[in-house]
Design a protein around this ligand. Structure first.
Ligand SMILES: O=C(O)CCC(=O)C(=O)O
Length: 295
């Protein structure tokens, strides 16, 4: 594990809304996760449509599987389950969030070589508002990620600003209109590093990523964590039932007293016709499906 200066790390995170730790995981640790990813992609071969396990690219076939996202990987493979409580992550989470921390959910975003899909600019907060914004997403790089293979991009200090509009024609579309917000994408920081590097971004940090036009894949495993006193304002079921909510504590103690602070939320409702994944939700701003449904 690289040497960590806890106060410098926390200061950078509070100031910029993200931190990157290069090579937090060793090659052998990352290989286990890559193998788990490969095993799940093998299983995706028999799938024809996206479902609760996989989001598939339109050109996914049995012979050439192209998975956009492995959903909830911590429930699909032991290697990803073990990672939820990896001591290296918990040490950083304690510095950034505090003594009492709960795991929320996981996803593995895969941008295949030559064509992996973009993720439009958004704040995670717009998808899952809580009673306070002491939440973050951990991004574990399963590939070397550089300027070429669609790195995660984050607007520094955006977490200190307002919650942006993620609606289009009164329907939640999970993305921000950068032009409307007068933001220049070239001022976003590209989060690059060798496989095993790990970023931590604040739930209000504005971020996104481009399509992958390179000839190398870009696999980014994302784990979300919250302060124990940050209670969800919507979609409690993501945590499971109350017993599972309790079991998701990874550090310290839970509490029945939510802390209300900076919760300038707008509910991610009504949802577009196909709210099955961020990719489908974000299509709404681009294609503006007719007849949105409320859910
Ligand atoms: O995979 C990426 O580059 C960004 C992912 C992301 O922001 C998300 O899935 O919420």
């Amino acid at each position: 594990m690289p040497m960590i200066d806890a106060s410098a790390l926390k200061e950078h995170y509070d100031q910029e809304g993200f931190v990157l730790i290069e090579s937090l995981f060793e090659t052998s640790e990352i290989q286990k996760l890559q193998q788990a990813c490969d095993a799940l992609i093998e299983e995706s071969r028999s799938y024809r449509e996206s479902d609760e396990r996989f989001d598939l690219e339109p050109d996914h076939t049995e012979t050439t599987p192209r998975v956009q996202r492995i959903k909830v990987p911590h429930q699909q493979h032991q290697a990803f389950a073990d990672l939820v409580r990896a001591p290296k992550l918990l040490e950083i989470l304690r510095i950034l969030i505090g003594e009492d921390v709960r795991f929320r959910n996981s996803k593995l975003n895969i941008k295949a070589a030559k064509g992996g899909t973009a993720v439009d600019w958004h704040q995670d907060w717009a998808f899952y508002p809580h009673t306070n914004p002491d939440l973050l997403a951990v991004g574990i790089m399963l590939d070397d990620i550089d300027q070429e293979n669609a790195p995660l991009m984050i607007f520094p200090q955006s977490h200190q600003g307002k919650t942006m509009d993620h609606h289009h024609r009164e329907v939640f579309c999970g993305s921000v209109d950068l032009l409307g917000e007068k933001l220049d994408p070239s001022s976003a920081t590209k989060i690059t590093g060798p496989a095993g590097s790990v970023s931590f971004h604040h739930v209000k940090a504005l971020h996104g990523s481009a399509p992958n036009t390179s000839d190398r894949s870009r696999r980014l495993l994302l784990y979300e964590y919250a302060a124990a006193d940050a209670w969800p304002l919507i979609d409690f079921e993501v945590y499971g039932n109350y017993g599972e909510f309790e079991e998701k504590m990874v550090l310290g103690k839970s509490t029945l007293s939510p802390r209300f602070e900076d919760a300038d939320a707008r509910m991610p409702l009504p949802r577009p016709p196909d709210p099955g994944s961020i990719y489908r939700i974000q299509e709404f701003r681009k294609t503006g499906f007719e007849s949105p449904i409320a859910s």
